[in-house]
Design a protein around this ligand. Structure first.
Ligand code: FAD
Length: 377
């Protein structure tokens, strides 16, 4: 399949051996343009294709999008806002939300525990995709007796409509921070992470103090619906991208009809540690020309050099495409543990050197163009 940069063209034309499969899935007689804005892009792009391609059936992304039912949401006022909501609830006056559900979302062989947590904010803590909430765990701050705990930030893993599609909930992807004594190898519960354990142990109906929303770095730029978004995650760093992808592929939102390319790289330990894999596989099936999904399973796969497979090894594998996409305006996002960045930066620098490019200059240009988005913790 020839995957073309979405910022360059609005139509991806599958060529070669997989064409017949695609043809059987998306029959041309099912073409229907519910939204007239799609029509000009089809005729324009048809004109630009060369003669060889013109003789082959062309499958338009917008045709695929209209053929896959999405969840209709009632647009929130947030759709018309020019700026994201910010710090509506401050640490001194947090909003008390309610836990809706807590679900372990990793398999038995995953190291550690990661939970998907949905909270009900009743529409009182509105947010945009890519923002975070602060959580104040119950109890006293051991460093400041008599005061509450410090706020811990958690990236929101849902769209502004929430997993309930009504704008009243927010979801998180939380990894339980546990402490193992390095000498005995035994868990020491007195040193376990306060907030992550509070969240992962909580039950439906429990109260949770929320601040925010906060953060502008990871907002999804929506000015160009044909843009390319390259998303790099390790572990719970997947949270903001789950929100982006649901907005792009799951919800029908009148103000944002995504027709570009979303390319997700996820690094986790093993297949039991995969997060939201079913959702992502469904997008791959429904939007094969708009979504790419690459995994780095450090404990199951080997890199080219025979070591563990980390996200930077996957980035290196596709570096030619990634660099070309960046040169044509793609956004690149990094989210997850702080430790992911040095290895990634090293790889990007090495690739740039091999291509005869100056990485520092390129990076500063990407930052200047607002294409570079990093949120690591
Ligand atoms: P803390 O109580 O703050 O403890 C921190 C660590 O120290 C733990 O690993 C704990 O085991 C260890 N520790 C405690 N006591 C001792 C001791 N005496 N000696 C040695 N070690 C000790 N996290 C997520 O899971 N999901 C997210 O989506 C997410 N998004 C984030 C977004 C942002 C912008 C930021 C800044 C952070 C994000 N985090 C996220 C991290 C989150 O904010 C917390 O830092 C994390 O959950 C740990 O908080 P805690 O209260 O559980 O641990």
């Amino acid at each position: 399949m020839a995957q073309l940069a979405a910022s360059q063209v609005a139509v991806t034309v599958p060529v070669g051996s997989d064409l017949s499969t695609r043809r059987s899935v998306f029959k041309t007689h099912s073409i229907s343009f519910h939204d007239k804005s799609w029509a000009p892009s089809l005729s324009l792009d048809l004109k630009t294709k060369n003669a060889r391609l013109r003789n082959r059936p062309i499958i338009c992304q917008s045709v695929q999008q209209t053929s896959v039912p999405k969840v209709n949401v009632s647009p929130l006022y947030l759709e018309n806002a020019k700026e994201p909501p910010l710090n509506i609830h401050k640490p001194k006056e947090p909003y008390t939300a309610t836990i809706v559900s807590v679900e372990r979302i990793v398999g038995p062989k995953a190291p550690g525990e990661t939970c998907h947590i949905v909270i009900d904010h009743g529409g009182n803590v509105p947010y945009w995709e890519g923002q975070s909430y602060g959580i104040i765990p119950p109890g006293e701050n051991p460093k400041k007796p008599g005061s509450p705990h410090n706020v811990r930030l958690y990236s929101i893993a849902s769209t502004r409509y929430g997993d309930t599609f009504d704008g009243k909930t927010a979801s998180f992807c939380v990894r339980r921070a546990v402490y193992y004594d390095p000498e005995t190898g035994k868990e020491d519960p007195s040193k376990n992470g306060v907030c992550s354990n509070f969240l992962c142990n909580s039950k439906p109906g429990d109260r949770v103090r929320v601040t925010g929303p906060s953060g502008k770095i990871m907002l999804l730029p929506e000015d160009n619906p044909n843009a390319t978004h390259i998303m790099i995650a390790t572990g719970t760093g997947i949270a903001p991208y789950r929100g982006y992808l649901r907005r792009m592929f799951m919800e029908s939102v009148p103000t944002f009809k995504f027709n570009g390319l979303a390319w997700l790289f996820l690094g986790v330990a093993n297949s039991d540690s995969l997060l939201y894999d079913d959702e992502f596989k469904k997008y791959l099936k429904d939007y094969p020309n708009n979504f790419r999904y690459d995994l780095a399973l450090s404990r199951e796969q080997k890199s080219k050099s025979g070591g563990k497979m980390y996200v930077q090894d996957k980035i290196e594998e596709y570096s030619d495409e990634i660099f070309k996409l960046l040169d044509t305006g793609a956004h690149i996002y990094f989210c997850g543990l702080k430790g992911m960045m040095p290895g990634i930066q090293e790889t990007l620098k090495r690739v740039a050197d091999q291509r005869g490019e100056n990485w520092e200059e390129k990076l500063s240009q990407l930052k200047k163009n607002k294409q570079w988005h990093v949120e690591v913790y």
